[in-house]
Design a protein around this ligand. Sequence first.
Ligand code: UDP
Ligand code: MG
Length: 319
Amino acid sequence: MNGAPALSLVIPVYNEQENLVELVDRCLASCRSTDRSFEVILVDDGSQDNSRSMILAAAEQHQEVIGIILNRNYGQHAAVFAGLQQSRGEIVITLDADLQNPPEEIPNLVQAMDQGVDVVGTVRENRQDSFFRRIASNLVNRMVQQATGVMMHDYGCMLRAYRRTIVEAILQCSEHSTFIPILANSFAGSTVEIPVGHARREKGQSKYSVLKLIALQYDLLTSMSTFPLRLLSFVGGVISLCGIAFGLLLMLLRVVYGATWAAEGVFTLFALLFVFIGAQFIALGLLGEYIGRIYHDVRSRPRYFIHEIRQAGPQTPRQ
Ligand code: UDP
Ligand code: MG
């Protein structure tokens, strides 16, 4: 194949041998129906079952399929990152390998991209996950909306489309814990959401245990911003104000009602304690602000991306 394809699919695969054959068939059929050139990038995230050899076989068999084999398990988002690095399409679509995201939705995503937006998000209609997962996901989505100001309803769904410029921006981010949908949205100028179907996981098991889910939530939380740290300073400030106010009240009441009411000095001690605890929280919040700035700089994300530079007249090459 020469020349970049119009469309790239990026699919992370971790122990999905039962789903792979159907996945490849359905993806190929769906991409062909868009009448565009495409590539399907399957990233093996250190699977221990036959997924690895199946991906290699699929890459041999179909010229649109590219197999990437990671040497061990790095996690879903790292695998997607590896796939993005390899992708060349003007539109890049990510989806899960377990067929919970129906590949038949791909033409709809492409159509939405054709409106000119940078990112197409999706909302899973009648989501087929456990009650616990749905509640947790709902909470997280709300929090992310608050923190990033980007209105998207379903950050958990990986069936998404990104424009090339956004993918390049993501690839320039060097931080290790990432949550790709949020990272992408932080660079997106315009986004749109479309409803998509969601299927039950028919074969294989979810790769996320409760512990792994919690780790993922932390990645999500810290990747979006220093919002949690800011929250710490805010809550710390409120607690310290309450502490100081309560301490002052205790001292005042001690003066009014006398030493017996105040248990012979015990309440005064408490009042002092509250003031100090309050001060500690303020200090913690301040530290948090510094850490937040350090975190920002350590990640060294690009400050901005230029969309276009236009110049009339002769161009002088820059040194
Ligand atoms: N996955 C991965 N590496 C991991 C865990 C998951 O590449 O360490 C892939 C997995 O093969 C699937 C996608 O990420 O394609 C989503 O995983 P899963 O369906 O288990 O998550 P859930 O749907 O339960 O959120
Ligand atoms: Mg799944």
